[in-house]
Design a binder for this molecule. Structure first.
Ligand SMILES: *Cc1c(COP(=O)(O)O)cnc(C)c1O
Length: 669
């Protein structure tokens, strides 16, 4: 018999032992931990209330609490909670290793507890005044995320990065675009406002307003725009009539005029944003919200690995340059929502330098909503980078050369989205926005920037503290900041902390990846089981093509039928499902012709039947415009743990194989 306090830890699997105290557990094994800590800090909160002004009379009388009406009212709450709790039983079992569907899993216990406990205090992180404690935590979390990505955060460095939390990745993407517009439109507005005035010479502007070349001004890079803003502040600080000049600039800016009036005053065509075809649907939303129009979202094609094709981005940049259309931003995705793939950010950085040489500039936003936390794998606890060779010893496949280079290029980006409510294992409602240069906050502040004296570090910090002034949201939960802060304290954002959790997700992916290869050998020649896209991270998509079938339409029919065994349909209880997965479609129109050819060859289908036209959506004549794939998000911490009955990842593979055989059985080709 084992001693109760020394459970035998699986030697082969030390990492999941490391974090087994950090989750509630798939069977609620850490119930006692949750209960003890929750009760303890709940009492703590109650005592805090009592000790605020201990001399105050209590507002609710004990005799009142003993009345039947009182008990009845409390009963109404309990009854409602019972109804709610009963309904919640139909929720998705996100905690279970049988759930490999979407980008969510069990939550980290430290963050969960911090969120529940802090909610009792209900701080509002709209400003330092409304949240004396949690706003500092949020700014610290912003700095932690910025450091994780490789940005300089030291206040003395120029630029110094900053970050803050948002309700999710969508809002962080919208904010990125909002700031990019503010920054890129700033210099032309300054030029228009002050050319030909007595400030012109000091600001390096033409003597005659008619000589302002808006194209040139909008193509100034970020650093020289910040420098222009610094100079303007300096010039105005010396003048008694600064307010008049500020007002003049204010009325010239897009934030005042609106996009249409601003563009026609500047005589510029509508600017475009270039994003990969894998871009999340928050990007067209952002274009719509900012009045830029989703028609101005130019999509770059993908290569056969579902990464953006730099040649395609380059061709779009050339087209914009030839037509003198300003490019506001280029978006790179670090961890696409559908495939987990990593765009070659380093190539976008190269293109930025190339374009700068011809007087074309753009900002780079990295949508790392999913992949952001994976950079902890590359971050040493001393702040340095983990070399690729070291990672290659730890993993079987990760990271490929382009994936590693993309992560290393992160500090060159202008702005980044990270979602702590995805790979940060926090409750929903926690996204994050990070920017390389905190001077960005001055461009959108609703209060005049001169109120925040840059020379005074105390005030500079206050500037970041006035969150509601320079971000999109207003009132926001301080509890989310506390939760992220606690998680990052228990698991620092480096390879020895959070990185171990991320590593575990990659272990599960690699186990699945290799298991699928073995399974494919057993299933041949009855069908081809394969990964149409090589996984860059911890999302794995697979497809099954029966026999010697060449039709993508027929393959899709088989896949839809197979997916039926992994789908969570509302008709039957989720408990009847062995495993729950998700699906995605690989669209032909998103691929370059060469990439489509390669994908078709991999799957063994006829490339001429894999077509871009929407009319083929109904699978007519064996053609299809998409490939239906089974998609797995492998973030559950227990997938690779040795358990009675085997590892869940192996049980999944067994179930997959049996499901494929059963589906083939009933399938008439
Ligand atoms: C999830 C995701 C988003 C959107 O984030 P929400 O938190 O759902 O608003 C944006 N981009 C990518 C790449 C994502 O994976």
């Amino acid at each position: 018999m084992h001693a109760d306090n020394s459970p035998e830890l699986p030697a082969k699997d030390p990492d999941s032992a490391f974090f087994s105290p950090l989750f509630l557990g798939s069977a609620g094994e850490n119930e006692a931990v949750l209960e003890r800590l929750l009760t303890s800090f709940l009492r703590d909160h109650v005592h805090w209330r009592r000790n605020f002004h201990p001399e105050d009379p209590p507002s609710i009388h004990v005799a009142e609490q003993l009345r039947p009406a009182f008990a009845e009212a409390v009963g109404a709450t309990e009854q409602a909670l019972r109804v709610l709790s009963a309904r919640l039983k139909r929720s998705l079992p996100l905690f279970s290793p049988r759930y490999v569907g979407h980008m969510t899993s069990d939550l980290l216990l430290p963050g969960l507890l911090a969120e529940l406990i802090t909610t009792l205090y209900n701080p509002n992180n709209v400003s330092a005044e409304a949240a004396p404690v949690t706003l500092d935590l949020e700014i610290e979390v912003g700095q932690q995320l910025a450091s994780m990505l490789g940005f300089a955060t030291d206040e003395a460095s120029v630029p110094a990065a900053y970050g803050h939390l948002t309700s999710g990745g969508t809002l962080a993407n919208v904010e990125g675009l909002w700031l990019h517009r503010a920054l890129r439109f700033f210099a032309p507005s300054v030029a228009r406002a002050f050319a030909g005035t007595e400030l012109a010479v000091e600001l390096g502007l033409p003597d005659d307003a008619a000589d302002v070349d808006a194209w040139q001004w909008i193509n100034r890079d970020a650093d020289s725009t910040f420098a222009l803003q610094d100079r303007l502040e300096h010039v105005l600080a010396e003048r008694g009539d600064a307010a008049r000049w500020r007002e003049r600039l204010r009325t010239e800016r897009v934030e005042h005029l609106g996009i249409g009036a601003w563009l026609s005053r500047q005589d510029l065509p509508a600017p475009v944003v270039i994003a990969p075809r894998t871009a999340h649907y928050s990007w067209p939303k952002a274009m719509q919200l900012l009045g830029l129009g989703d028609a101005q979202l130019w999509y770059a094609d993908l290569d056969s690995q579902m990464r953006v094709d730099p040649m395609s981005v380059s061709a779009l940049l050339d087209r914009a340059f030839a037509q003198r259309i300003p490019v506001l931003s280029v978006v790179a995705v670090l961890g696409t929502t559908e495939f987990g793939t990593i765009d070659p950010l380093h190539e976008m950085i190269r293109l930025r330098a190339h374009c700068a040489a011809r007087g074309q500039s753009f900002l780079i936003h990295v949508d790392a909503a999913w992949g952001g936390y994976l950079s902890t794998l590359l971050r040493r606890s001393d702040g340095g980078w983990v070399p690729r060779a070291e990672l290659r010893q730890r993993f079987r496949h990760f990271p490929s050369e382009p994936v590693y280079r993309a992560f290393r290029a992160l500090p060159e980006a202008d702005t980044v989205t990270v979602d702590p409510h995805k790979l940060g294992y926090l409750p929903f409602g926690t996204g994050a926005f990070v920017a390389r240069d905190r001077r960005m906050t001055r461009l959108v502040g609703q209060r005049p920037p001169y109120l925040f004296d840059e020379a005074n570090p105390a005030l500079r910090r206050d500037r970041l503290g006035e969150l509601g002034d320079y971000i999109i949201e207003g009132s926001k939960p301080g509890a989310a900041a506390a939760a992220a802060w606690i998680n990052h304290r228990v698991l620092p954002l480096d390879s020895r902390g959070f990185g171990r959790l991320c590593a575990n997700t990659l272990d599960a992916s690699e186990a699945l990846y290799d298991g699928i290869a073995a399974c494919a050998e057993r299933l041949a020649p009855r069908c081809r089981l394969l990964l149409p896209v090589e996984p860059d991270t911890n999302l794995v998509c697979l497809v099954v093509n029966p026999g010697d079938n060449r039709s993508p339409a027929l393959m899709n029919r088989l896949m839809r039928s197979l997916f039926g065994r992994f789908a969570n349909d509302a008709k039957s209880p989720v408990q009847l499902r062995e495993f729950i997965g998700s699906h995605t479609s690989l669209l032909r129109r998103n691929l370059t012709p060469a990439a489509a050819q390669l994908v078709a060859e991999r799957c063994g289908i006829d490339a001429s039947l894999f077509v871009a036209e929407a009319s083929a959506r109904n699978d007519s004549g064996g053609t299809a415009d998409h490939l239906f794939l089974l998609r797995h998000t492998l973030m559950n911490p227990w997938l690779t743990r040795d358990l009675e009955g085997g590892r869940f990842i192996d049980r999944y593979l067994d179930y997959l194989e049996a499901s494929i055989l059963a589906t083939l059985e009933g399938f008439v080709t």
